[in-house]
Design a protein around this ligand. Sequence first.
Ligand code: PRP
Ligand code: 7HP
Length: 183
Amino acid sequence: MRITTEQNDIDYVLYSEERIRERIKEIAATLTEEYRDKNPVVVCILKGASFFYVDLCRLLRFPIFMDFISVSSYGASAQSSGVVRIVKDMDKNITDRHVLIVEDIIDSGLTLKYLKELFTSRRPASIKTVCFLDKHECHQCEVAADYCGFSIPNRFVVGYGLDYSDFYRNLPYIGVLKPEVYA
Ligand code: PRP
Ligand code: 7HP
C-alpha cells in the first residue's frame, strides 16, 4: 500500500489540463481535414492512450469506427522491456480500411514500430499515427508519428492515462514523476 498521495510524487506539471485541451482541439481540426471522407478505424492503444483517445474522438467531426488493442512492454518498470506483448487484440478487420493509431507516448519507439508492422501486415488502405507525447531523444529505432501533441524531454511522465506501475493514470495533467519514486 502506498503511503504518499499521488500528487506528492509529482516533481512539476509539464502540461496542464487547459493546455492539453487546447492542443487536442488543434490536432482534431487537422485530422478532420485529413479524414473527413474516409470513415477511418481509429484505434486506441490501451491503456495509456485512453484519456487522449476519448478526448480526441469527441472532437473529430467525421464518422469513425472505434476499436481498441491492449499491448504491454513496460510492466511495472520505468524502462521498456523491448518485448511488446498483445494483451487484447482488436475486434475489427482492418483490411482495406483507413486506420489511425492513437498512442499516448513514443519513448524507445519499439511499441509503435511493432504496432505499425503488425497493422501493415493486415493490409489496411492506409495507416497513420497520432501520438500525444514524443520523447524524441529516447528513440531506439526509426519511428515517427504523423501527428504529435508535444515533443517532451527525457523525463518519466505520468497522468492523463500514463502510468508508473499502474498508478497516476487518472491525474488530469501530465506531470514529471520524482525520480526517487522509481529509482
Ligand atoms: C507505454 C505507452 C506506450 C509505450 C511507449 O505502454 O503507453 O504504448 O509504453 O514506449 P516505447 O516507445 O518505449 O515502446 P505500456 O507498455 O506501459 O502499457 P500501458 O499503455 O498499458 O501503460
Ligand atoms: C512509457 C511511459 N509510460 C509513462 N511515462 C513515460 O515517460 C513513459 N515512457 N514510456
